[in-house]
Design a protein around this ligand. Structure first.
Ligand code: AMP
Length: 210
């Protein structure tokens, strides 16, 4: 089976689909965001360098990203779903030419309308313990402002604040367009309509990997 690169904005459902492929096809999920958050938690040198950058929604330098990828992965043994990497053209060409030189992969573009997504993300709320997710428009709690399960207040995550969301989507759009063209030219791109319901997206994905 091929390695997979998931390309799609935050909130496009990549996490849900990754979980499905992990359970059904024994893929490993690599989120560079998660790897970076681990570095921050362990207060490593990399963690200290990236903490402020991540909080602002800006991108971490390519060199650091490449370093954590090389430190954490083994392409010969495991099959990976990359989520959040590559994030720009430079990372994409590093991925294609260097990391994947001996391996096969396909880049999957989760296509969604960004203005729809903006609305979805700024209306997302989580219970104060972070465990239950709501959407004020599509799945609000029964009592306004209170989690159905824990009785705790529901809150807005820092990275779901309108300015941060619009900044992240803008950066996403500017950086991924050239990358999508790059993979398309190499004939390595598959496009999935991520506005459909979860089951349909799953079916499209299974076709892509088989
Ligand atoms: P994510 O969890 O994928 O939304 O990533 C959270 C933050 O981690 C991003 O806003 C960036 O600051 C940083 N980050 C994650 N992956 C990358 C990457 N491939 N290149 C640069 N920065 C990244």
């Amino acid at each position: 089976m091929k390695h997979l690169v998931f390309i799609g904005p935050p909130g496009a459902g990549k996490g849900t689909q990754a979980n499905f492929l992990i359970n059904e096809f024994k893929y490993n999920h690599v989120s560079t965001g998660d790897l970076l958050r681990k570095e921050i938690m362990s207060k490593s040198d990399i963690g200290l360098k990236v903490e402020g950058i991540m909080a602002s929604g800006e991108l971490v330098s390519d060199d650091l990203i490449i370093k954590i990828i090389k430190n954490n992965l083994n392409f010969k043994v495991d099959k990976y779903i990359f989520d959040g990497f590559p994030r720009n053209l430079k990372q994409a060409s590093f991925f294609h030419e260097y990391l994947m030189s001996e391996f096969d992969y396909v880049a999957v573009h989760f296509k969604v309308d960004l203005s729809v997504l903006y609305k979805r993300l700024i209306n997302r709320r989580v219970s104060a313990d972070g465990k239950h997710i709501y959407n004020l428009l599509t799945s609000p709690p029964k009592m306004p402002g209170i989690c159905d399960y824990t009785g705790l207040p529901i809150v807005q995550r820092d990275d779901d604040m309108p300015e941060v969301v619009s900044n992240r989507l803008k950066i996403y759009d500017e950086l991924t367009k050239p990358m999508i063209e790059y993979f398309a030219k190499l004939d390595k791109l598959a496009v999935v309509n991520a506005e459909q319901e979860i089951e349909r997206v799953k079916n499209e994905l299974v076709k892509v990997i088989s």
